[in-house]
Design a protein around this ligand. Structure first.
Ligand SMILES: [Zn+2]
Length: 167
């Protein structure tokens, strides 16, 4: 039995209808990050179908907002929800640790000593993370190649959207 079948996440049905990133962000924040100070506005949108990046977070030069960019392939239903949830949560861990956010830095490097994964575990997202890693290891590259060969036909608005004010 794969790990995936053990994931039980209490996701409101409304979130499963469409992959609206703002709704996911608010839900994940409420469920898992409500102790973190939201020091500025957080914007989130689908960015580019990167081959080896699921997401990124950047702080605007004027620090008034942070921008989370999510791999645009993650809006497709073939990608399990836990991959999207883990990706957003991963970026929120960076935010909480002061990377891509105005909060004080907790460590020198954003991924030092597996600090992100440990934080996800601590926040009870460990099962989600393991399922995500398993899916990425087993399925990502073939899925990616299929989408690329289709000329990204399944992605509604393909663009290199990053926020202008962000580094
Ligand atoms: Zn990261």
């Amino acid at each position: 039995m794969s790990l995936a079948s053990h994931v039980v996440l209490d996701i409101p049905a409304s979130l499963l209808m469409e992959r609206d990133l703002s709704h996911y962000l608010e839900w994940i924040w409420q469920q898992y990050f409500s102790d973190i100070t939201r020091a500025n506005e957080i914007r989130i949108s689908y960015s580019y179908p990167w081959k080896s990046r699921l997401g990124l977070i950047r702080l605007a030069l004027d620090r008034t907002h942070s921008f989370i960019g999510i791999n645009s392939l993650l809006q497709l239903k073939q990608v399990p929800e836990y991959v999207l949830i883990t990706t957003i949560a991963h970026e929120l861990v960076h935010y909480a640790h002061g990377f891509g956010s105005p909060l004080p830095r907790m460590c020198k490097h954003p991924h030092a000593n597996g600090v992100v994964d440990r934080e996800l575990e601590r926040r009870e997202l460990g099962t989600c993370l393991r399922c995500c890693n398993e899916w990425i290891d087993n399925c990502w590259y073939s899925f990616y190649d299929m989408q690329r060969e289709s000329g990204w036909a399944n992605i509604p608005n393909i663009h290199h959207r990053t926020c202008r004010g962000c580094r």
